[in-house]
Design a protein around this ligand. Structure first.
Ligand code: AMP
Length: 293
């Protein structure tokens, strides 16, 4: 595996790969890699000739009171994991390689960025869309892989890729969970043992909703109430929001009819904020979705 730190070098490698007629699969990450990230890489490896992974803790997607400084960083152990996954190129740029001095161009995906995570994390999706646009322009991947774990991010990026005509196919892959049901996340490293045990309440709430839905409960108010009650019963958990939205447009919905619905939530365990979600009404398919830009 080659480690690339400069934008220019990554651009010229990507150009060369394309001239040679090989396809590039790309997995953008912020590092602190876990099986969720690796699942994206394995699929990229299977679908594309050359696999590029980026690790960049993107400052513009963190709010001023958020955990940018303390976000877990361990490039050495991440690189060892990537070698085991047969990654060809690790792109690990510096801050100024992504954001040169006087940087002043941002991407805003209107209508999908303001609600849910966007309401709790002002400017978050502007930061995400901007950095992914820059990375896609540098790496020029044929296919980019994202996780359903960040459902709103996936919706925002699919829209951006379509609207701005990026020549990249976006593939969204299912959430990888621990046996306890807890969705893997780099932020799980912040949890104490007790908080980690309590954090299984997110998945428990979502599973109850899934069963209720399967048993014919399609009323949004009642489904949301189920989750609220489950979270409220866990003393270490504090609900930030739970919401039912159209899975593609992210418009709030009150009743699940023919279109897939996203039930998503954010919960504090102490100071750590975790998110999770479930898609209802996707004809047996839980999370995976594909869009062409
Ligand atoms: P991050 O490093 O948190 O920016 O995540 C990089 C990519 O990995 C994003 O597309 C995430 O949605 C995805 N991802 C994170 N956690 C999981 C998980 N538990 N299962 C599947 N994908 C995940």
């Amino acid at each position: 595996m080659q480690i690339i730190t400069s934008r220019e070098q990554m651009v010229s490698i990507a150009r060369e790969i394309q001239r040679g007629g090989s396809t590039i699969g790309f997995v953008p990450t912020m590092g602190a890699l876990h099986e969720g990230h690796l699942s994206l890489m394995r699929e990229a490896r299977a679908q594309c000739d050359v696999l590029v992974v980026s690790i960049f803790v993107n400052p513009t997607q963190f709010g001023p009171a958020e955990d940018f400084e303390k976000y877990p960083r361990d490039l050495k152990s991440d690189a060892a994991l990537l070698i085991r996954e047969s990654v060809d190129f690790l792109f690990a740029p510096t801050g100024t390689d992504i954001y040169p001095p006087d940087f002043s161009t941002y991407v805003t995906v209107e209508g999908l960025s303001e609600q849910l995570e966007g309401a709790s994390r002002q400017g978050h999706f502007r930061g995400v869309a901007t950095v992914v646009a820059i990375l896609l322009n540098i790496v020029r991947p044929d296919v980019a892989f994202f996780g359903q774990k960040d459902a709103q991010q996936a919706a925002v990026l699919k829209r951006m890729v379509r609207d701005l005509a990026f020549d990249t196919k976006v593939i969204v892959l299912p959430i990888v969970r621990e046996e306890s049901g807890l969705a893997l996340s780099s932020r799980n490293a912040y949890l104490s043992d007790e908080e980690k045990r309590a954090a299984t309440v997110l998945h428990r709430g979502l599973s109850q909703v899934a069963s209720a839905y399967e048993n014919g409960e399609h009323n949004g108010v009642r489904l949301l109430e189920l989750v609220r009650a489950t979270i409220a019963a866990e003393p270490l958990a504090q609900l930030d929001y739970v919401s039912l939205n159209d899975a593609e447009t992210l418009k709030p919905i009150e009743h699940i009819a023919e279109r897939p619905a996203l039930l998503s939530l954010a919960v504090y365990l102490g100071k750590t904020r975790l998110i999770d979600n479930i898609v209802l009404g996707e004809s047996g398919k839980q999370d995976a979705a594909v869009a062409r830009g």
